[in-house]
Every structure is written in structure tokens, then in C-alpha cells.
Ligand binder design. Structure first.
Ligand SMILES: Nc1ncnc2c1ncn2[C@@H]1O[C@H](COP(=O)(O)OP(=O)(O)O)[C@@H](O)[C@H]1O
Ligand SMILES: *[C@@H]1O[C@H](CO)[C@@H](O)[C@H](O)[C@H]1NC(C)=O
Length: 288
């Protein structure tokens, strides 16, 4: 069964200690809570998409250690196909995902409806995945995170949708985004670099959408909610958008963004990253 949403990206294990303050250099302090969380932008986006009901595949690399093994278990629990595991014994396994690995996964990539990439793996590998997708007519969704000031310009031309947050937009354009007008301006600049559609996520303000097909940028607001932890909201948004692109390709882009805002705004109302991502059954059914 071909995956609809294929993410080529990172897995990270978060080791989190909660303390009342940061320790000074050389100091030992007591924390009041410790937990292990599953993160990494690639995996986060894939998990959110899977929880909404997309058939997903994650192309990633993990270390051959307990963190790597636990991570693969976590992906399986979320119904994400990982295929044959490619396992290495060094840390920073994410950076070892290479062109050979993409070649081995080319069937999965080329049969997808949407391919999603970020920058937590070697950028050249992300770019190659976008190129492979494009060559097969697969829609490409690129999230330039974490941002690189000297991003290879080909990332723009190979992105059908280029989705970044305010910080990333500033790093890419040099223009700080403080209001909706700034978001329009940076969006237009990014669009001119060759993508078909730019989305700038704006936290509680939702998103600005700048499309090559429409002259007027569109602000798509998010609902008012009480946010408790916004970590990973951007990944929830990107994962949700990938789901809508794959499952409801006939919806207007504005409607897909509105629905993705709703999903991401649910994620900010619970603590943690993947632990805060909603499942389809817990969401208003008019989102589907
Ligand atoms: N306080 C909030 N209230 C409602 N929705 C939010 C809030 N913060 C984030 N979101 C939702 O999450 C999306 C991504 O948030 P943003 O903060 O821009 O991303 P990032 O996690 O990359 O910083 C927003 O476009 C919006 O849909
Ligand atoms: C944007 O995302 C980056 C991670 O790439 C994060 O460090 C930054 O805080 C985010 N910016 C905003 C305004 O949320």
C-alpha cells in the first residue's frame, strides 16, 4: 500500500529536565521533573499527518542504540511505515541519511501524493528528495527549518509550497516580521525566488498565504485558544497541511490552511510536542 504522505527528515529524542532556573557553569542543581519525548521536525510532521488519518512513510536514520530502537517503536505505534531500518552506530545519525538511502526509497517517494522536507538532515539530501518528488509529479511541501541564511536557491524552485515561521522568514530575507504587512512583504520576496505558494505561520495570528496565482495575499487567522505549550506547533501545522493536500486535494488552499490552523491550535493547548498532537477522533468532525 503506497504511502500518501512521505516525509524525508529527522528523528530526535528529547531529554527534558524541568528546573526552576538554569544551572550556572559547573553547578549542579535539582530538577523537579525529567521526561523523554519524541521529537525531530521530520518525525513530528509525519506523526501529526498519520494521526489525522494519512498513510505515511518516514525516511530517516536513527542510531543503533536504545534511543534509536525506542524511536522506531514510537513510529510503529503511530502507524508510520519505516520499512527496512537503516541503522548506524554513531550519534547524529540524522546527518548520515544520504543519496543512497533516497535511492533505496525512491519507489516510496515517487508514489506519494505529497513529499515533505525540512532542514534537520543534510540540506543536499532534502533538496534531492524534493527533486525526485517533482520529477514524478508528486507535490512538494518544504519547511526551511531550522533556517539557513544561505539556502540553496533551488529549494524555492523545487517547492510547490514553501512554509516557514516568522523567524525563518527573517533569516531568509533579512526582514523582521512584526505584523501582517511584514509577513506579506517577506512572503512576496520568497515567492519571487521561485516557489508557487508561500505560507508564513504567525503563531496565534494564524498564517499569511502568498500565492503566485492570486495577486492579493490572504491572512488566514487561527481561532482564539488558551495556549499552554506552543513547542512543535509549526510541525503540527505542516503535518496537518500534508494530510489535507493528500486527502482533500480539491479543497481550496485557504480552506486547507484554515483547517491546519485548527489542528495546530489544538496542539498548543496540551504540553509537549508529539504528545500534544491531536488524533482525528478527538477533533471536530467538520475538519474531515
Ligand atoms: N497561541 C496560538 N493560538 C492558536 N494557534 C496557534 C498559537 N500558536 C501557534 N498556533 C498555530 O500553530 C501554527 C504554527 O505556529 P508558529 O508559532 O508560527 O510555528 P512554530 O512552531 O514554527 O514557531 C500557527 O500558524 C497556528 O495555526
Ligand atoms: C520558528 O521555528 C524555529 C525552529 O526552526 C524556532 O526556533 C523559532 O522559535 C520559531 N519562531 C517563532 C516566532 O515561533
Amino acid at each position: 500500500m503506497a504511502a500518501e504522505v512521505v516525509v524525508v527528515g529527522s528523528c530526535m529524542t528529547d531529554l527534558v529536565s524541568l528546573t526552576t532556573r538554569l544551572p550556572k557553569a559547573g553547578e549542579t542543581i535539582l530538577g523537579h521533573k525529567f521526561f523523554v519525548g519524541f521529537g525531530g521536525k521530520g518525525a513530528n510532521q509525519c506523526v501529526q499527518s498519520a494521526r489525522l488519518g494519512a498513510k505515511t512513510s518516514l525516511i530517516c536514520k536513527v542510531g543503533k542504540d536504545s534511543f534509536g530502537n525506542d524511536y522506531v517503536d514510537n513510529l510503529k505505534k503511530n502507524g508510520i511505515s519505516t520499512g527496512q531500518n537503516v541503522i548506524v552506530i554513531v550519534p547524529g545519525a540524522n546527518l548520515l541519511l544520504n543519496f543512497e538511502d533516497l535511492k533505496r526509497a525512491s519507489d516510496v517517494i515517487c508514489k506519494a501524493k505529497v513529499v515533505v522536507c525540512q532542514l534537520e538532515i543534510t540540506p543536499a539530501v532534502s533538496l534531492e528528495a524534493l527533486k525526485m518528488a517533482r520529477a514524478s509529479g508528486v507535490k512538494t511541501l518544504f519547511n526551511p527549518a531550522p533556517a539557513l541564511a544561505d539556502l540553496d536557491p533551488q529549494f524555492y524552485t523545487y517547492s510547490d509550497i514553501f512554509c516557514c515561521n516568522e523567524t525563518e522568514a527573517e533569516i531568509l530575507t533579512g526582514i523582521p516580521v512584526g505584523n501582517l504587512e511584514d509577513a506579506e512583504k517577506v512572503g512576496r520576496m520568497l515567492l519571487e525566488r521561485g516557489c508557487k505558494l508561500v505560507i508564513v505561520t504567525l503563531g496565534a495570528e494564524g498564517c499569511m498565504m502568498i500565492s503566485g496565482d492570486e495577486p492579493i495575499p490572504k491572512h488566514v487567522p487561527a481561532g482564539k485558544v488558551r495556549a499552554v505549550d506552543t513547542t512543535g506547533a509549526g510541525d503540527s501545522f505542516v503535518g496537518a497541511l500534508a494530510f489535507y493536500l493528500a486527502h482533500y486535494p480539491k479543497l481550496s488552499m485557504e480552506e486547507m490552511i484554515r483547517k491546519s490552523n485548527c489542528v495546530a491550535s489544538v496542539s498548543v493547548q496540551a504540553p509537549g510536542t508529539q504528545s500534544s498532537y491531536p488524533y482525528r477522533k478527538d477533533l471536530p468532525q467538520d475538519l474531515f
